[in-house]
Design a protein around this ligand. Structure first.
Ligand SMILES: O=C(O)CC1=CCC(=O)O1
Length: 251
């Protein structure tokens, strides 16, 4: 059983749980936590081996990462919840939405039912173990944000690059390996709760067509939105639009 580092704001009975990408901390969700805590209880977690969550030995599956979230919510006394996941966190959110009857609604952002070929993730894990997350962080940030945003927001750029570089190498590598084994394509139909998908028009990692596969494949109702301009992390690049979409979907 793993209890993840989490932050929690607000007192509403309507709880939203935010799960971030590879190399992120709960800071990825600051604009959402600030904007939505008055109408919802908002909880964000760090994946195992990320941010302030402890590293757990052994390669996890996405199902293991999802169980970490459920254990953490049990510890916080949370019953039912809406789930919002971005990228790796979106995979965890898909798994939770399909398998846990505690999930009431879901939002999947810049994520995939399968993130390309496994070898790419195994290569990234090996590179990370050899050279550290600092060797990856600049390239990651260029996928997270569009070039104009990076140019206009140097302080945020530095902050998010430091977030990736500060992720423990083994925590990052183990989560790469979790992505290598993730393929939910044939199980999307098990997701019966109302779904919102959000894609970034300029996202090189999970382009709109990849996110659309999820919206088209789920078993229940879905609404698909594409934000522009935006790359892989619209929570930061397009916070107002993301907040408005989430507030509507989870109201
Ligand atoms: O770093 C990337 O390539 C983007 C990404 C894919 C999965 C994830 O969590 O981040």
């Amino acid at each position: 059983m793993a209890i993840l580092h989490s932050v929690s704001y607000g007192t509403s009975d309507n709880t939203l749980v935010f799960i971030g990408s590879l190399g992120s901390t709960t800071d990825m969700w600051l604009p959402q936590l600030d904007a939505l805590h008055k109408d919802f209880r908002v909880i964000a977690v760090d994946h195992r081996g990320h941010g302030l969550s402890e590293l757990i030995e052994g390669t996890p599956t996405v199902a293991d990462l999802a169980q970490d979230v459920l254990d953490t919510l049990d510890d916080l006394g949370v019953g039912n919840f809406g789930v919002i996941g971005l990228s790796l966190g979106g995979a965890v959110a898909q798994y939770l939405a399909a398998t846990s009857d505690r999930v009431t609604k879901a939002a999947f952002m810049c994520t995939a039912a399968k993130f390309g070929e496994p070898q790419g993730w195994l290569d990234r894990a090996a590179e990370c173990r050899e050279n550290g997350t600092g060797s990856l962080s600049e390239a990651v940030i260029q996928r997270w944000f569009s070039p104009t945003w990076l140019e206009n927001n140097p302080a945020s750029r530095e902050h998010f690059e430091a977030m990736v570089a500060g992720t423990p190498s083994e925590g990052y590598a183990l989560c790469c390996e979790a992505l290598a084994t993730w393929d939910f394509t044939d199980r999307l139909g098990e997701i019966a709760v109302p779904v919102l998908t959000i894609a970034g028009a300029d996202d090189p990692s999970t382009p709109p067509a990849t996110v659309q596969i999820i919206a088209d494949g789920v078993g229940g109702e879905s609404r698909a939105e594409v934000l522009s301009p935006a790359a892989h992390v619209p929570t930061v690049e397009r916070p107002n639009e993301v907040n408005e979409l989430l507030a509507q979907h989870f109201a």
